[in-house]
Design a binder for this molecule. Structure first.
Ligand code: HEC
Ligand code: HEC
Length: 189
């Protein structure tokens, strides 16, 4: 798809706003905010449509950089303001950017325990330590640990919808397994 200069200025302006929370080039430096660079187009578009429908928890978030005096906003509010074309363009633009694994502190023993659980229950759909965008299943390895922990909580509480086959695996996890998985994904650097 070729964009007119005006449209391309538009998408860049839009991405600048996203990056004021998600980090430069969509690579987060804040543990509660996910990196969105390198996310597959399908997963990214899906997430935005689900937020636009208010069908996924979305807490108010402050802007992390740029003009930080702007009022806090939720992902649901942000997604609801986007046109279908903007959703497609922004998802494609971030998919083209390199996924950068977060540098974060983790517990090596927990990470080792988490790897065992991952390899057994999750690797089938989240291959390459959960870093393969072609799985169309989000990015886990190297994703921000705070964001992952929150995602697990939302799945467990049933407030974020998940694939049925994934729920079967999630339901097998103890709280200790979940914490171990968070450290395992954090250890993928
Ligand atoms: C005010 C801060 C803020 C802005 C601006 C913002 N986001 Fe977010 N975004 C977040 C936070 C915080 C989360 C994670 C928590 C949640 O779901 O609310 C998130 C989650 C997401 C997710 C879910 C990732 C996943 O793997 O499921 C996507 C996709 C996303 N944002 C895309 C965007 C895009 C595209 C823009 C710009 C159009 C944008 N965001 C603007 C704060 C922001
Ligand atoms: C049958 C395939 C399948 C299995 C098995 C599976 N998942 Fe998933 N997972 C998916 C798909 C598809 C998505 C994307 C849909 C969504 O966001 O709900 C996803 C999304 C996720 C997300 C959210 C990613 C994000 O960007 O917010 C997390 C966290 C996750 N899976 C963890 C796990 C863990 C941990 C296991 C093993 C206990 C597991 N999954 C097993 C298919 C699977």
């Amino acid at each position: 798809m070729s964009l007119s200069p005006l449209a391309s200025a538009g998408i860049e302006g839009l991405m600048a706003e996203c990056n004021d929370c998600h980090g430069d080039d969509g690579v987060s430096q804040w543990t509660d905010v996910p990196t969105i660079a390198g996310l597959s187009v399908l997963v990214h578009e899906d997430a935005l449509y689900i937020y636009a429908d208010d069908a996924r928890p979305c807490a108010k978030s402050e802007y992390r950089q740029g003009d930080t005096s702007r009022p806090a906003k939720t992902m649901c509010e942000i997604a609801a303001e986007l046109s279908e074309d903007e959703i497609a363009e922004v998802a494609e633009a971030y998919a083209a950017l390199p996924y950068v694994r977060a540098k974060q502190e983790f517990d090596a023993d927990l990470a080792a325990a988490g790897k065992v659980v991952h390899d057994k229950q999750c690797d089938k759909c989240h291959s390459d330590e959960g870093t393969n965008p072609e799985d169309e299943a989000g990015m886990l390895g190297g994703q921000m640990m705070g964001y992952l922990r929150q995602s697990f909580e939302e799945y467990a509480a049933g407030t974020r919808e998940q694939p049925k086959k994934m729920k079967e695996k999630m339901d097998l996890l103890s709280d200790d397994d979940v914490e171990a998985l968070v450290h395992y994904y954090g250890s993928v650097q």
